[in-house]
Ligand binder design. Structure first.
Ligand code: MG
Length: 167
C-alpha cells in the first residue's frame, strides 16, 4: 500500500515544471488536476498563469488532458479560456477516466504523468495504472474540513519518503 501512495516526485508548484524537464524524463503527456493544483479551489476560471502553462506545454509538444473529480459546471467553466480536452466527475483514483485521458493523448503509459495535490486521488490513481505520479503542494491551505482531514491522513505517507525523481 505504501508504494501505491508514494509519488515519484513531490514538487512545490506545477508552474516549476517546464516542458524540457518533462522531455528529459521521457514524459510527453500530462493528466492535470484543477483544484489546488492549477488554481486555488475558489478560483472559477483558468487564470493567466494556468493559461500560459497550458500554452507552453502545447507549443513544446507536450499533450495534456484535465481530469477532475469536480462537477461538469466547474470543470467546463474553468477550461473555457483553455484549448484543452477535459474529463469531469472522474472518480479518481478509479482508473476509468485516467485510462480514457491516456487514450485521448494516444501515448503509452510510460510517457504520461499525472500532476495533482492529493495523495488518495491523484497519486494513488496514477500509481494504480503505472504512470508517473507527481504530487504538488496545494496552492491554498484554506481547504474544506473534509480535505483537511485527508491532509492529516496523508502525512504519515509523506514522512521519510525518498522520491524516485526530482524536478
Ligand atoms: Mg486537487
Amino acid at each position: 500500500m505504501k508504494k501505491l501512495l508514494t509519488p515519484v516526485a513531490y514538487i512545490n508548484s506545477i508552474f516549476d515544471i517546464t516542458p524540457q524537464m518533462l522531455k528529459n524524463k521521457g514524459i510527453y503527456g500530462l493528466i492535470l488536476d484543477i483544484d489546488n493544483t492549477l488554481v486555488a479551489t475558489h478560483i472559477k476560471k483558468a487564470d493567466e498563469k494556468a493559461i500560459s502553462f497550458i500554452r507552453s506545454l502545447k507549443e513544446n509538444g507536450i499533450k495534456a488532458v484535465i481530469v477532475s473529480n469536480g462537477k461538469k459546471k466547474r470543470v467546463e467553466y474553468f477550461c473555457q479560456p483553455l484549448d484543452i480536452k477535459f474529463l469531469y466527475k472522474a472518480h479518481k483514483p478509479l482508473r476509468g477516466a485516467l485510462n480514457k485521458a491516456i487514450e485521448m493523448m494516444g501515448l503509452s503509459n510510460d510517457k504520461v504523468a499525472i500532476l495533482g495535490d492529493q495523495l488518495f486521488t491523484d497519486v494513488l490513481g496514477g500509481n494504480l495504472i503505472g504512470i508517473h505520479s507527481i504530487l504538488v503542494k496545494p496552492i491554498d491551505l484554506e481547504e474544506p474540513f473534509f480535505i483537511k482531514l485527508k491532509r492529516i491522513l496523508e502525512k504519515p505517507f509523506l514522512k521519510n519518503v525518498e522520491f524516485r525523481d526530482n524536478f
